[in-house]
Ligand binder design. Structure first.
Ligand SMILES: Nc1ncnc2c1ncn2[C@@H]1O[C@H](COP(=O)(O)OP(=O)(O)OP(=O)(O)O)[C@@H](O)[C@H]1O
Length: 592
């Protein structure tokens, strides 16, 4: 074991030995609660912090896990271990149905929906006769590990913390994997992730169910720790508190779940003791203080406590870059490439109407393999709409688009990516807190397979090496390998645009779609970008770009399609377009 691992291993050993040491019962109990709460907060880190889906309903899933094992072990005399499996199965099924119903909602509708079902589930539990109504179920058996009964808090300590820490390890592995990068891409909206071939709804559903399962496991531990269940610990108030823990700790970080659970539990208990004594009257004053703390945190430290600790630590011990362990990794599967000159994209009388406005009016053009085609025109000419029709972001009112002989009109951007078109965005879309390498690896999503469970168990190591080898190769191809370990959000706009191109290349496309690639770049950066695109063309790639910058397109493209008022004005070589009086009139606003 390397020296850097000896200390953490010893600390972990000491931690698990705490119940055997003369540590007061109070602290063992506190730590048990923190471990169980952290399990729930971990789910929220994934769901809310990373995936951007706010849920106030996690306490209801804790309740499902707790009540299932309580019912099976008291009424039916079944083993609590069967109670765990049944609780996970029921919670998984309920979460799946709720997720299918609610996860397509956006904005404030999803949090409202989680509040609604949290209230209903709690109300249902509290009013069901065989669940003991508000009194709940009493006399749950103690857990039994082989012949060892876990009948006290001290005896349960190791199990609670083993569950919490193993779950944390699984979530950490997940975040650093193919599905994890897809989940991290969800937070900024779904357009980019879908364009990289990610089924965003499937991943939303996946993290929703996983977060519910972690909550259910916490409920199972809670039920056998307390040996009794009743509806109040699973009410909406607790659902809010779990979210509070995740926010306070650091909602997008795994250690944040533990920090948040610890801080909130300890602070709440201390305030519960202290405030009535200070104020000289009884009441839940701690709720007021916690509310104020949350508001202040959201104002001054919206990322939570852990990122502060991490930043302070990293000032003294800079984070080590990812170990480059992918040398010699097998290549990812690749698609057969079109022959130079083969008809690649055939856009035939494509039309898009927005109500009465005809944004694209029966526009036709073709792209052959190995060509760079530019789509130009004055503001509002319909370029972006045409681009979005080709890339599947919009569906056409009429007309036909064929890619390599197959119709693609009406397909979503994920299916279009599957067929070999990959795009960049007018406003760069990336995961700012992932490295350049990780962002580019996201482009290889469709060429890889590992799912959430395999990734949590680290069964994806060889595929990860393939993905990173491919991502590095694409960065090298466009001259950005030096920056692969930098955080994408720290790059200037020029390199960010290049990174998007590398990400698109990582999907092994036959046609690259670039939306205003030169926008906002300085002269030197434009020259560098043009050189990269020419090199890609020499390597056999075809490119369609929408661009405003005339100088940039004139020196780069083989042909230009000029649009005005939604209609194709003219198509020709850059020289023909430059010489055209119609085009000059369109740009200068004179009559043609
Ligand atoms: N979602 C929409 N709903 C209604 N009208 C739209 C929509 N998107 C675009 N339009 C309209 O369609 C026309 C073409 O817009 P489009 O963005 O395609 O032009 P453009 O050539 O890309 O312009 P720019 O260079 O300014 O980006 C414009 O009149 C625009 O207002």
């Amino acid at each position: 074991m390397s020296q850097s691992k000896v200390l953490p291993a010893l600390a972990l050993l000491l931690f698990f030995l705490l119940p055997a040491l003369p540590v007061p019962e109070f602290w063992i109990t506190q730590l048990n609660y923190i471990g169980m709460f952290a399990l729930v907060a971990l789910g929220l880190v994934l769901l809310t912090g990373v995936g951007g889906l706010t849920s106030f309903g996690q306490a209801a899933f804790v309740g499902l896990g707790a009540y299932t094992t309580a019912l099976l072990s008291t009424h039916f005399g079944l083993s609590p271990w069967l109670g765990l499996l049944a609780g996970l199965a029921i919670t998984g099924a309920v979460a799946l149905v709720l997720g299918l119903l609610t996860l397509r909602m956006s904005g404030h509708y999803l949090p409202l929906a989680t509040i609604a079902w949290a209230l209903s589930l709690n109300y249902l539990i509290a009013n069901t006769e065989f669940l003991g109504k508000y009194d709940g179920l009493l006399g749950l058996p103690a857990l039994q590990l082989g012949s060892l009964p876990l009948a006290s808090g001290r005896a349960m300590f190791a199990l609670i913390w083993a569950c919490a820490l193993l779950a944390a390890l699984g979530v950490k592995h997940l975040l650093d994997s193919r599905p994890g990068r897809a989940i991290r891409a969800l937070n900024g909206g779904t357009t980019m992730a879908e364009a990289m071939g990610v089924s965003t709804f499937r991943y939303k559903l996946g993290v929703f169910v996983l977060a519910a399962l972690l909550a259910s496991m916490s409920g199972w531990l809670f039920a056998h720790f307390q040996r009794t269940v009743n509806p109040s610990p699973f009410a909406l108030k607790m659902g809010i508190e779990y979210l509070f823990m995740a926010v306070v700790g650091g909602i997008a970080t795994v250690p944040g779940a533990f920090v948040g659970a610890g801080v909130v539990k300890l602070l709440e208990d201390q305030l519960k003791e202290l405030l009535p004594r200070l104020l000289g009257s009884n009441g839940n004053f701690e709720i007021i203080v916690l509310g104020v703390v949350l508001v202040l945190m959201l104002k001054y430290a919206p990322k939570g406590l852990w990122p502060f600790v991490q930043a302070a630590w990293q000032r003294r011990h800079p984070a080590r870059v990812r170990l480059r362990d992918w040398e010699g990794a097998a290549a990812l599967p690749s698609r057969d490439k079109p022959q130079r000159g083969e008809l690649l994209l055939d856009v035939d009388r494509i039309r898009k109407q927005f109500g009465g406005l005809v944004a694209v009016n029966d526009v036709s053009f073709q792209i052959r393999a190995g060509e760079i085609i530019g789509l130009i025109g004055p503001n509002g000419a319909g370029k972006s709409t045409t681009f979005n029709l080709v890339s599947g972001v919009l569906s056409a009112t009429s007309g036909r688009v064929q890619f390599r002989g197959q119709p693609v009109a009406g397909l979503g951007s994920r299916q279009i990516a599957e067929r070999g078109m990959s795009r960049t965005f007018q406003h760069v879309k990336m995961v700012a807190d992932m490295t350049v390498l990780e962002n580019v690896a996201l482009g290889g999503h469709l060429r890889s397979r590992a799912g959430m469970v395999a990734s949590m168990l680290r069964l994806n190591a060889s595929e990860e090496r393939q993905l990173f080898a491919e991502a590095e190769a694409q960065l090298r191809r466009i001259g950005m390998a030096e920056q692969m370990h930098e955080l994408a959000g720290n790059l200037a706009l020029g390199p960010q645009r290049l990174m998007e191109i590398a990400r698109a290349l990582c999907s092994d496309p036959s046609l690259l779609l670039l939306d205003e690639p030169a926008a906002g770049l300085r002269h030197k950066e434009k020259q560098a970008l043009a050189a990269v695109l020419r090199q890609l063309q020499d390597e056999g790639l075809s490119i369609l770009l929408v661009e405003h910058d005339m100088e940039f397109v004139m020196g780069l493209t083989d042909r230009l399609v000029v649009m005005e008022f939604g209609t194709k004005l003219i198509e020709g070589t850059p020289q023909e377009v430059q010489d055209s009086p119609i085009v000059r009139a369109a740009y200068l606003g004179t009559e043609h």
